[in-house]
Ligand binder design. Structure first.
Ligand code: 6PG
Length: 503
């Protein structure tokens, strides 16, 4: 019988998505340029199936793929973002793909590339995208999916995505996590929702990744303070993270951080974290978010700081030189008697800063949506991030609730629940940032979130002086507080008495 879905790319994500589709009863025909990858997929399928017949078929060419899949074709791509996506689309067209065939890009593509592709392939194929979050395990047992593009294509792909997506228990709002091959989670609310026109899904996923960068960086900063100022061992810090994971900070990233810190390197018997080189990698999505925030003019400083922190970490040689030359304060180990208090401060700092990071991310999506004419449903976006994705956290339910209460909410910080949370915890946040600073421990994400919060809540900012400076050196003009804003003024700085003239 013909297959339901053609799948191109059997790398880590592709292989697991294929097995997930197969678990959910879809017949998949897979193709990969690398025969070893295809073999690994077929072997894995055979292993999982045991005595039963295999569920996945392989093929050796694009032509064979099209012949083995039902028409109109539904083809899913899991290939590296960028040129490979176009390469595959063109090869599929050469192999006879038709105008009513659907191609779904699931890579971490730049959203503007998706918009261009949709235009480029118009009339030749239906180009649809679905951003996928959740890493290997998510792809295998339930990712969070952010589809966007042609509504007809969505009508065809919707049941497929709903089947394979992560599920949330509607009663508790918690992920239903069952990681058993052949026994997919069928109950619960699927973490897959149509985001909007082409480009919007990948934009939302890009912001997800920006939030992911900031979330990770802030956890690392809390670790750094505990390690340096509190002189705690990785195992002790793992225990703190495990405890935090029982409360409002409960999240996948906190739980895996505890796992990493609790792991001992088998070779050296040292904590694993101590043998990992402190040079952070990045593939670009956090950077794209920061760039977009600058372009849109929507501040996302903690996301940008997280990207900068990764960049600075890579300058290891320079940092080693600077470490020998540059003075800082003497790090004062906080007395053990004060340890619990300091840990509680860090907890609250992380919590408040996390609220600010999400406020930044959602604000950015809001402004970008306005610019692009997308109607984003923020309550739903927060809902589909509750399970499957890397930033999944209990906290996302509160964000979803905030947007349910007020669909027009202009910034998360203005939601009553979050107003209250920050009011309650900000004292500790400020003390944690101050202590880290006095001890010379960098906390760029935690502190930039605090500055964002403080600037956001100021009715008057020093931008009045700034406008004065601009007018002084460049006659850039300014508005006055006592006249209508559209009226512009300039000071004749070189004239006696510096008269103000209306422009
Ligand atoms: C996810 C992840 C995933 C990937 C990113 C981040 O949501 O599943 O965000 O997309 O891990 O590429 O990778 P970098 O840290 O390498 O930029």
């Amino acid at each position: 019988a013909l297959c339901d879905i053609g799948f191109i790319g059997a790398g880590v994500m592709g292989k697991n998505l294929i097995l997930n589709l197969a678990d959910n009863g879809y017949k998949v025909c897979a193709y990969d340029l690398d025969q070893n990858r295809l073999n690994a997929l077929l072997e894995q399928d055979a292993k999982e199936r045991g005595d039963r017949p295999p569920r996945v078929q392989g093929c050796n060419s694009y032509t064979e793929l099209l012949a083995k899949v039902k028409a109109p074709h539904l083809i899913i791509l899991s290939v590296p973002a960028g040129a490979p996506v176009d390469d595959v689309c063109n090869k599929l067209l050469d192999a006879g793909l038709k105008a009513d065939d659907i191609v779904v890009d699931t890579g971490n593509s730049l959203w503007t590339d998706s918009v261009e592709r949709c235009r480029r392939y118009e009339g030749k194929l239906i180009f649809f995208t679905t951003a996928v979050s959740g890493g290997e395990v998510g792809a295998r047992f339930g990712p969070s999916l952010m589809p966007s593009g042609d509504p007809y294509a969505w009508s065809r792909i919707e049941p497929v995505w709903h089947a394979i997506a992560a599920k949330v228990d509607p009663a508790s709002g918690q992920p239903i996590e069952r990681f058993e091959p052949g026994n997919p989670v069928k109950e619960g609310e699927p973490c897959a929702a149509y985001i909007g026109p082409i480009g919007s899904g990948h934009y939302v996923k890009m912001v997800h990744n920006g939030i992911e960068y900031a979330d990770m960086q802030m956890i690392c900063e809390a670790y750094h303070v505990m390690r340096s100022a509190l002189a705690m061992s990785p195992a002790d810090i793992a225990a703190v993270f495990r405890e935090w994971n029982q409360g409002p900070l409960n999240s996948y990233l906190i739980s895996i951080s505890a796992e990493v810190l609790a792991t001992v390197d088998a070779d050296t018997e040292q904590p694993l974290v101590d043998v990992i080189l402190d040079r952070a990698g990045q593939k670009g999505t956090g950077l794209w978010t920061a760039v977009s925030s600058l372009e849109v003019g929507c501040p996302a400083p903690s996301i940008a700081e997280a990207v900068f922190a990764r960049s600075l970490s890579t300058r290891k040689v320079l940092r080693s030189r600077a470490a020998k030359k540059l003075q800082g304060p003497t790090v004062e180990a906080i007395a053990p008697a004060r340890r619990a208090e300091a840990i509680a401060q860090l907890h609250d700092a992380l919590y408040c800063a996390k609220i600010c990071v999400y406020a930044q991310g959602f604000d950015l999506m809001k402004l970008a949506a306005r610019e692009q004419g997308w109607q984003l449903n923020f309550a739903e976006i927060a809902r589909i991030w509750r399970a499957g994705c890397i930033i999944r956290a209990v906290f996302l339910q509160s964000i979803s609730d905030a947007y349910e209460r007020d669909v027009k909410l202009s910034n998360l910080l203005l939601d009553d629940f979050f107003v209250q949370q920050i009011a309650e915890h900000q004292g500790n946040w400020r003390r944690a940032v101050a202590d880290a600073t006095l001890n010379g421990i960098p906390v760029p994400a935690l502190s930039s979130a605090l500055s964002y919060y403080d600037a956001f809540r100021m009715e008057s900012l020093p931008a009045n002086l700034l406008q004065g400076q601009r007018d002084f050196f460049g006659a850039h003009t300014f508005s006055r507080v006592d006249r209508p804003e559209q009226q512009k003024y300039h000071v004749q700085w070189s004239e006696p008495g510096r008269p103000v003239v209306e422009i």
